[in-house]
Design a protein around this ligand. Structure first.
Ligand SMILES: Nc1ncnc2c1ncn2[C@@H]1O[C@H](COP(=O)(O)OP(=O)(O)OP(=O)(O)O)[C@@H](O)[C@H]1O
Length: 236
């Protein structure tokens, strides 16, 4: 197995909206894959299919060689996910939440160390409801790391973070890769993709319009130029 994640000819519709229209891409093992694409391109839907939150209408999804739609708890423990919506319970405090979540795993990460790494110790006494957007983001990222996943999906992990927070998250992702974790990051940031990614996927209207190692996709051009050329079709 050379791919941590592979989507092949995946189709997913919501009523009359076609979110994924024969989507095909894969994320190499032990590497950082950045998935870019305009709003509505289907990035979040692709991640939701990969983590088994939604089922494709057709096509094949494999994560660590397993179909996430039918996978059991053993498989799910190997996969971490941080979605944009967060879904954090409002009434609890950060450390309590992390302690609770850590108990769901057989071999959890060290909670105080994970919290310190993301600066959560500085707002540990504040209830989730009162946290800033960036603080919630850090907490959601910590929660995704607790199971020491082999594959980690991060949906816009640095969106809304201040410049220090962004650097912290980027350092963390680089460290995870050094530790052999396969990371899939959806992002709107060319800087983030340029700094972090080994492998690039550019999506548009539910399809892949470019995919490959960063240098192969860019071919000596800026990522921004390549992106606009491939995704501006139909725009004024
Ligand atoms: N549960 C749903 N019900 C109806 N439509 C949906 C649902 N989920 C996604 N869609 C639609 O599918 C399309 C793809 O959405 P998706 O959130 O996957 O895009 P995205 O690339 O992640 O966008 P963004 O960059 O804005 O986060 C959009 O048109 C969206 O409105």
């Amino acid at each position: 197995m050379t791919h941590a994640v592979s989507l092949t000819d995946v189709r997913r519709t919501f009523g009359t909206v076609t979110a994924l229209d024969g989507l095909t891409w894969s994320a190499p093992l032990g590497r950082v894959t950045a998935v870019l694409g305009p709003n509505g391109a289907g990035k979040t839907t692709a991640v939701e299919c990969a983590v088994g939150l939604t089922r494709p209408d057709s096509g094949t999804v494999r994560v660590l060689g397993t179909d996430p739609a039918t996978a059991g708890a053993d498989h799910r423990a190997r996969v971490g996910v941080m979605l944009q919506s967060g879904g954090l319970p409002n009434g609890t405090k950060p450390m309590r939440l992390l302690d609770h979540l850590a108990r769901l795993y057989a071999d959890p990460a060290d909670v105080p160390a994970t919290a310190r790494r993301l600066g959560i110790d500085t707002f540990a006494g504040t209830t989730v409801r009162r946290l800033s957007g960036g603080q919630k983001q850090r907490l959601a990222l910590a929660a995704a790391l607790l199971g020491q996943p082999e594959v980690l999906f991060l949906d816009e992990p640095a969106a809304g973070l201040d410049p220090h927070g962004r650097l912290d998250v980027w350092d963390l992702i680089s460290e995870l890769r050094s530790g052999g974790v396969s990371v899939v990051v959806t992002t709107h940031s060319f800087e983030e993709a340029d700094r972090l990614a080994d492998h690039l996927v550019i999506m548009s209207a539910g399809r892949t319009v470019a995919e490959g190692p960063v240098a192969a996709v860019k071919q000596g051009r800026s990522l921004e130029d390549v992106y606009f050329e491939l995704t501006r079709t139909g725009r004024p």
